[in-house]
Design a protein around this ligand. Sequence first.
Ligand code: NOJ
Length: 508
Amino acid sequence: MPSSDVPSNWWRTAVIYEIYVRSFADGNGDGEGDLIGLRERLPYLRDLGVDAIWLTPFYRSPMVDGGYDVADYRDVDPLFGSLADFDAMLAAAHALDIRVIVDIVPNHTSSQHPWFASALAAGPGSLERDRYIFRPSSEEPPNDWESIFGGRAWTRTADGEWYLHLFDPGQPDLNWDNADVRAEFESVLRFWLDRGVDGFRIDVAHGMVKAAGLPSVGHPQQIGLLGREPLPYFDQDGVHEIYRAWRKILDSYPGDRMAVAEAWASTPLRLARYVAPDELHQAFNFDFLAAPWSAAQLRATIDACVEAADSVGAPTTWVLSNHDKARHVTRFGSPGIARAAALLMLALPGAAYLYQGEELGLPEVLDLPDDARQDPVWHRSGGTDPGRDGCRVPLPWDASLPAYGFSTTGRSWLPQPDWASLAASAQQGVPSSFLELYRTALRLRRTFTGPLTWHDSPADVLDFSRGGVRCVVNLSGAAVTVPAGSVVLSSGDLPDGALPPDTAVWLR
Ligand code: NOJ
C-alpha cells in the first residue's frame, strides 16, 4: 500500500490504468515489454495522474494466450523478469503513490501447468484428473459447448478422454468442485497479498462454475450470446460462494485491498451480484464499452449501470478500451469522438479504467502482417477473425528513437505503424494533444464528488452535473449552445462559444 495513504475505499473513485505488460515498455532490449521497463516508466504514470495500475499476467507461461495460460502462479516468466523485478517495481510504484493490481486467472491453467501434466500422466479416473473437467472416452464430445476462441470447447487426450477448455486447448478449465483447486487459489491470493499487491483483476470471473451435468446449449454461435443470454458455462450462481471466501481473505489484510471482476452477465442486475458487499469490490462495465456513440443509448446504459451498482452499494466502473477490444479511436471512427468519450467517462461517478495508449489517442492497428499475428483467435478462426493483436502493439514513447523508444534496441514483438506524431514525446506539453487532455482531466476529476443529475437537454446531447463539474457532450449533427458556466476543459475547440458535434465540455 502506498505509504502516504490512509485506507479509505480508494478504489471507489480511482482511475486505474491497464498495463499490457508485453507491450508497455521493454527494459532489456528483447522487443518484449517487461517489469524493468515498466518500473522505468512509472514517473510517466504518476504525471498522468493515475491512482493504480492493473498488470496483465506476467507469470510463467508458454504464452499461448499472451500469458492468460499460466504454468506457475507464483513466479514471473523470464520474458518479463523475475520476482525480484516484481518486488522492485511494486516498491517503486508505491513510493509514487501508485497502487498495483495483478491479474489472477482461476478459470483455467496452462496445459503446461504441473497439475495438467500429472492429470494426463495419471490417466482416467485419477484424483489428478478431477482437478480439471475430463469426461470419458466417446466418439462425440460430451456436449456442444464452443470455445470463446472458435471451434469446440473439448479436446481429446491420447487415451480418448475429453477435457474442457472454454478458451484455447492450451488452457484447460479447472474443476472448482475440487477442494484442491479452491485451496490452491486461496493460497495464490495470499502469496501476492503477502508481497504487497493492492488487489486483483479476476479473469473470466463468471466462468469457474459450470451448470450441473454440463447441459448442451442447443445451438451454435454461442459466443454471440455472451453477456446477453444465460449460458450453462457462465454466470452460474455457484461462483458467488468463491467470491465470498475470497473477500474474507482480502479483508484480512490491511490497506484496503480490492478485487475487480472481469464478469459477463446477461443483465446489469446479475452483474451487480458480483459486487455485493460481501463479494468483490468492482466489476468491469462492458455495457458502457459496447455502447454505440448515441446519446440515448449511452444515457440508458449509464443509468442502468449506476442503478444496478447502487442497489448493492458498489461503485460503477467505466471502461472504453482494453487488451481484448478494438481501440475506441477506431471503434468510434474518429479521434475527436474518442476525446469527447474520454471526458464523458471521466466525469461520471465511480472508478474509470484506462487502457495503455488511449491517453495517446492510439488507433487499432488494422494492417498487421499475417505472420506477425499471435492471438489464438486469429489462428483458431483460420485467419477470418483478426483477433486482438491490433490493440496490443507496443507503445510509442519517443518519436526520435527506433521502435519509438519501446525498447533499447529498437525491437518490438509486433510491428508498429508510423506513430511518430502520437509518441508521448511528441504530445508532452502540447495543450491540444490527447496526452495533455487526459492529464488535465485526471487532475480535475479528483475534485468531482457525488452522484450525477441529468439536465434537460436538446436531442442527442448529454448534460449532467455532479459536485464540481457540469459535463455536456454533443452527439448531434449540429453545434449547440454551451450552458452558462466557466469552461474548465473541452475535448475540442468551441468556436464562438458553441459546442460543435462530437465534442464534450466541462464547466464549473
Ligand atoms: C479474458 C482476458 O482478458 C483475455 O485476454 C483472455 O484471452 C481470456 N480471458 C482467457 O483467459
